[in-house]
Design a protein around this ligand. Sequence first.
Ligand code: FES
Length: 103
Amino acid sequence: MTSVCKFDDLVDGSAVCHNVDGVAVAIVRIGDDVHAIDDLCSHANVSLSGGDVWPDACTLECPKHGSTFSLTSGEPDTLPATVPVRVHHVSVVDGDVHVELSS
Ligand code: FES
């Protein structure tokens, strides 16, 4: 479990990339919830955190070709990506966002 940032530094409805133990992770805040998925798109070498967050669908859209990835399952909802990205466990403790990398 690694402390990556302050909850208050996250902007509601947007994504930011943080290095967690050498892995680029997209941290996404939607309201009071924080999600963490691999920042690297499964389709090509593109940073997902540069894309749009869709709060109602709880997805993050790849800025390159537009696949939307579920922030809860990591599955791409739309082509061209077909391979899921990893979802990482997030907890907020005393205002600090902690991320535990999935295997
Ligand atoms: S690089 Fe992400 S969908 Fe193509």
